[in-house]
Design a protein around this ligand. Structure first.
Ligand SMILES: [Zn+2]
Length: 317
């Protein structure tokens, strides 16, 4: 799809990933009931894709220990595509048993980051995706498999990550059986030029099988990067309400691009995301109660949406 045809479409979709990417970086633990209320409110605001947890051992991420229960609630919502992160085959088996409609398998394009975080090389992850595909097909499941290529723009351990390596791994994930792939700026290294360059090359290589752009706002470029990706034809974006998530290397830094800000930007550009922005702002308010010790980020909440012009009561000179 070209940028021109995307402009003709003028539709985009945001996947709320706060319940996974956001919460996994915070010390606070949100109760299962509050997570379900979060899903309900986001759904009522028009959200139709949500990543609701991670199939990792509870002792590693106690914040996400209730992923199965949260996923079951999400799956009860008609028309909601509920995804979970699965780091390996065991996680995928849990996800399939729990009825996940989409599984995101993270791969770090930075070898150093991959070894440090996943204790696997990127190509080990590609091989795991092939095993996950075989198990999914054998189970007769139609759950999507998404290869999430992280640190696609660089990382704190390795510095630069070559575009050629990102593209090679993306293609390898698809060849191994992933249904689609996403590109993630995991630690805020991307800028609009590098986003445009990499997404253009990636889309030339795999077309619409590159589905989602995932940006962190660590250095304040999340929205600009999302816009750059949109201009290359990307119409699916990950985001977190309240910009939660943070960055382990930068205490206090904002996390993922902020859902309500991104939804508002799309709306101002005349792009239909199906989201009710004032309802998202109300949900953001409720998050203060669920995360009393955490800082929320974003800009829109401070000024609110631009209201319709009011009849002026001032006397013009
Ligand atoms: Zn992320």
């Amino acid at each position: 799809m070209t940028a021109t045809s995307t402009l003709a479409t003028r539709r985009a979709s945001i996947r709320e990933v706060g319940l996974r990417d956001g919460l996994q970086s915070l010390a606070s633990i949100v109760s299962t009931a509050d997570k379900c209320a979060w899903i309900d409110a986001a759904y009522d605001a028009g959200m139709r894709e949500m990543e609701v947890g991670s199939m990792v051992p509870a002792h590693l991420l106690p914040q996400l220990a209730d992923t199965e229960a949260v996923l079951a609630h999400a799956c009860s919502k008609p028309g909601l595509l509920a995804s979970v992160l699965v780091p390996n085959l065991k996680g995928a088996e849990r996800a399939l048993a729990a009825g996940a409609q989409s599984m995101v398998v993270p791969l770090s394009a930075s070898h150093a980051h991959s070894l440090a975080n996943l204790r696997k090389t990127p190509d080990d992850v590609v091989a795991e995706v092939a095993r996950i595909r075989a198990v999914r097909d054998a189970a007769g499941s139609r759950a999507h498999i998404e290869g999430g290529v992280g640190t696609a723009f660089g990382c704190t351990l390795q510095g630069d990550v070559a575009e050629s390596e990102v593209l090679r791994l993306m293609q390898a994930l698809l060849d191994a059986g992933a249904d689609h792939v996403s590109l993630a700026d995991t630690v805020g290294y991307a800028d609009p030029d590098s986003v445009r360059r990499l997404f253009e090359k990636a889309r030339k290589l795999v077309g619409d099988r590159l589905r989602t752009a995932h940006f962190h706002d660590t250095r304040g470029m999340g929205l600009a990067n999302a816009y750059a990706a949109w201009q290359t034809g990307i119409t699916h974006f990950d985001a977190c309400l309240g910009g939660i998530g943070g960055c382990p290397h930068a205490p206090g830094a904002s996390g993922n691009v902020t859902t309500e800000d991104l939804a508002y930007m799309l709306q101002r550009m005349g792009i239909d995301s199906g989201l009710d922005v004032p309802a998202l702002l109300q949900l953001r308010q409720r998050m203060h109660a669920w995360l009393p010790n955490e800082r929320l980020h974003g800009s829109l909440w401070q000024a609110g949406v631009i209201a319709a012009p009011q009849a002026s009561t001032a006397i013009c000179p």
